[in-house]
Design a protein around this ligand. Structure first.
Ligand SMILES: [Zn+2]
Length: 276
């Protein structure tokens, strides 16, 4: 069922009205001639977050392993450039972007700017990141990992400090994003620390959680920049646990080390329990 809502905002003493279309959950329906995302960002913040659910029957291993093109998926939306650190072509699921915009709008009121560095990355994109580290094409913290770690399993584990094996990234799902910087040292600066402190205190109010928190027993190193939209990502995590086996994770350099590192239990499921 779709509903229409008349909304007014005051700009320079003039009241401007918008008519927005909402679905049965009260979410804004994105379509031609509907409110733009920029306009949406300027609307009053609803008093409580919605709790969208995915249709788990529609989720299959192809989706969970990122083997699709987000540009062609109806549930995904291009992120407007004014929410990005750099002018890249990035997508999120609509509900995730909706929640991010609400969070960003309120952060701005506290003097904190939140912009997206990276969002949905499909299998092909993650394979490129992974293999460039594997072959030494990408220098990681000043090191060529191919020459520094000639043993394949050592190199596999080294890359896994911060990067996911293709097929296992939360970035596949359209629910996860990196905010402001992916350099750990950035969050030691006054600006970075303030942004992280704001997120650590407030992100949960918008449905976001830091999956790679400090002090976990297994998994990636702490990532202060990576945030998940939990109302959806928790379902994808649970479906992943049910549907994917280690033997499904293949098709990239180094994939022979997937099994011995048990990347599903140690990495996909090695997350902050608050995100489950
Ligand atoms: Zn990330």
């Amino acid at each position: 069922m779709k509903k229409y809502l008349l909304l007014g905002i005051i700009i320079g003493g003039i009241v401007i009205f918008f008519i927005t279309k909402h679905d049965s959950l009260g979410k804004v329906v994105y379509e031609k001639n509907a409110l733009t995302l920029e306009q949406h960002a300027s609307l009053p913040i609803p008093p409580k977050i919605e709790n969208p659910k995915i249709d788990t029957n529609a989720v299959d291993i192809t989706y969970l392993m990122g083997k699709f093109d987000p540009a062609k998926e109806k549930d995904f939306i291009l992120i407007p450039g004014n929410y990005l650190v750099a002018k890249n072509t990035l997508y999120l699921r609509k509900e995730t972007l909706d929640a991010f915009i609400k969070m960003r709008t309120n952060a701005l009121k506290d003097g904190v700017t939140l912009n997206i560095v990276s969002a949905t990355r499909n299998f092909t994109s993650q394979k490129s990141i992974w293999e460039n580290k594997w072959t030494g094409k990408t220098i990681v913290a000043g090191e060529n990992l191919k020459t520094k770690y000639p043993d394949g399993n050592d190199r596999f584990k080294k890359i896994l400090e911060f990067s996911s094996v293709p097929s296992t990234s939360r970035h596949h799902w359209g629910t996860d994003m990196d905010i402001n910087s992916v350099d750990p040292s950035y969050f030691n600066t006054v600006k970075g620390q303030k942004e992280y402190d704001w997120l650590a205190k407030n992100a949960k109010d918008y449905g976001f959680c830091q999956p790679y928190s400090a002090d976990r027993k297994t998994g990636y190193n702490e990532e202060k920049w990576h945030w998940s939209y939990v109302p959806l990502s928790k379902d994808f995590t649970n479906e992943y646990k049910k549907l994917i086996n280690l033997k499904d994770i293949k098709g990239f350099l180094g994939d022979t080390y997937v099994k011995q590192n048990d990347v599903i239990n140690n990495y996909v499921l090695g997350i902050n329990p608050d995100c489950l």
